[in-house]
Ligand binder design. Structure first.
Ligand code: HEM
Length: 401
């Protein structure tokens, strides 16, 4: 392995947080794998990242300490952190909500929610698109999918953010963040336990009802049911908010590409432009993989249980795969890794795609003169796993409905 020397940057350091891409480039150019400040060796090149994500000898694993903590809390592991066959069984139970027809059926409702949020977000001359639009939209959509009544959703934002912050390794977060994460899990669990009890008495057309029916057949424990609900909410919230915020910022900074989206409109909802926004500013910066057996990757031997980081945000800017990778270009062929690959490929990718494209095209249609009100809006500093804006202040200009 190439060792990190004084001349190589730390891409997870606060100083490069706003723009980690030059650091990623330097690391890609100077070796396949480097030690990192997040506690595990990290891979930065597209070829390594995609090979590891596809390789079933790499999976998910947790330290003994973390497994014991989860057991102490009396909660189940989410399937994103499990391996086949358990992963396959639980993922299948959740996947009914994400079939192409279930997702397509959400289109009209997504548009209604976008319009409703924009009615208030665009009411004044300036607004913060992250807090007024990018964050509430995914929580509302996932709330609908799960069957959470609108009046109950307010605390979800704080609980979900506490869980997302808690994704960082324990040594990188304060005791307070760890406590907040524990409290958020317990709050979610008790909320979903009471919702499941209500749905058992009074079924509705939603995912919680579907899961209670599966539970009644004996194929799903109560703890797994709760873990699926929490996973879907947390996996789909900050990530989709990241896509909407990061994507809008990238468009406002690239007027020619912005004009292409405006001209094409929602007809290209499934089109290349959204893929390129996902590549350009990946909402999930990195994922971790653990060797499930002793193995060799690129000549380096890993013992069973050893963990590496796969830095998606870097792989997406690798010029071995993407010409001029730092340029936003909607006409390029795109095999970005933003939804991961292989066993854990994002279950909500088609929903994220539809939500992201409708959110951005509706915003552009309603605010044709939209401008940045701050040149370099800050990215949230933690967690290092996710990349999303803290705020996106914009000037609204003229509006249309
Ligand atoms: C732009 C938005 C999104 C991005 C960038 C994204 C990205 C990802 C990535 C990278 C993974 C793989 C994690 C790993 O390999 O360890 C993943 C998994 C997952 N995502 Fe997404 N996601 C997005 C939206 C959503 C939405 C909207 C939902 C559901 C409402 C969702 C649900 C899931 C679930 C359940 C998994 C676990 C899959 C498994 O382990 O089998 N995601 N996502």
């Amino acid at each position: 392995m190439s060792e990190r020397t004084g001349t190589l940057p730390d891409p997870f350091a606060a100083e490069v947080h706003q723009n980690p891409y030059p650091a990623y480039r330097q690391l890609r150019e100077s070796g396949a794998v480097h030690p990192s400040t997040i506690g595990v060796p990290a891979y930065y090149r597209h070829a390594d990242c995609s090979a590891i994500l596809r390789d079933r000898r790499w999976g998910c694993g947790f330290s003994e300490e973390r497994l014991q903590r989860v057991q102490r809390l009396g909660i189940a592991q989410v399937f994103m952190h499990q391996n086949p066959p358990e992963h396959t069984r639980l993922r299948r139970l959740a996947s009914d909500a994400f079939t192409p027809s279930s997702v397509a059926a959400m289109r009209t409702h997504i548009l209604e929610v976008c319009d409703r949020l924009l009615d208030s977000a665009l009411a004044g001359p300036e607004t913060d698109l992250v807090s007024a639009y990018a964050h509430p939209l995914p929580v509302m959509m996932i709330g609908d999918l799960l069957g959470v009544p609108e009046a109950d959703r307010e605390p979800f934002y704080a609980w979900s953010s506490a869980l997302a912050r808690g994704l960082d390794p324990d040594f990188a977060v304060t005791a307070e963040v760890i406590d907040e994460r524990r409290e958020a899990i317990l709050n979610f669990n008790s909320y979903f336990a009471s919702l499941a009890a209500k749905r058992r008495k009074c079924p509705a057309d939603d995912l919680v009802t579907h899961l209670t029916e599966v539970q009644d057949t004996g194929d799903l424990s109560e703890a797994d049911l709760l873990a699926i609900c929490v996973l879907i909410l947390v996996a789909g919230h900050e990530t989709t908010a990241g896509l909407i915020g990061n994507g809008t910022l990238a468009l406002l900074r690239n007027p020619e590409q912005l004009a292409m989206v405006r001209e094409e409109g929602p007809e290209i909802a499934d089109g290349a432009w959204l893929e390129e926004l996902l590549r350009y500013e990946a909402p999930v910066r990195l994922v971790k993989r653990t060797a499930l057996e002793d193995l060799d990757h690129g000549g380096r031997i890993y013992k069973r249980g050893e963990t590496v980081a796969v830095v998606i945000g870097s792989a997406n800017r690798d010029d071995a795969v993407f010409a001029d990778p730092d340029v936003l270009n909607f006409t390029r062929p795109n095999n970005h890794l933003s939804f991961s690959l292989g066993t854990h490929f994002c279950l909500g990718a088609s929903l994220a795609h539809l939500e992201g494209s409708l959110a951005i095209t509706t915003l552009l249609r309603r605010a044709p003169e939209l401008r940045l009100a701050e040149d370099d809006p800050p990215y949230v500093k933690a967690p290092v796993f996710l990349r999303g804006l803290e705020r996106l202040p914009v000037r609204v200009g003229k509006q249309s409905r």
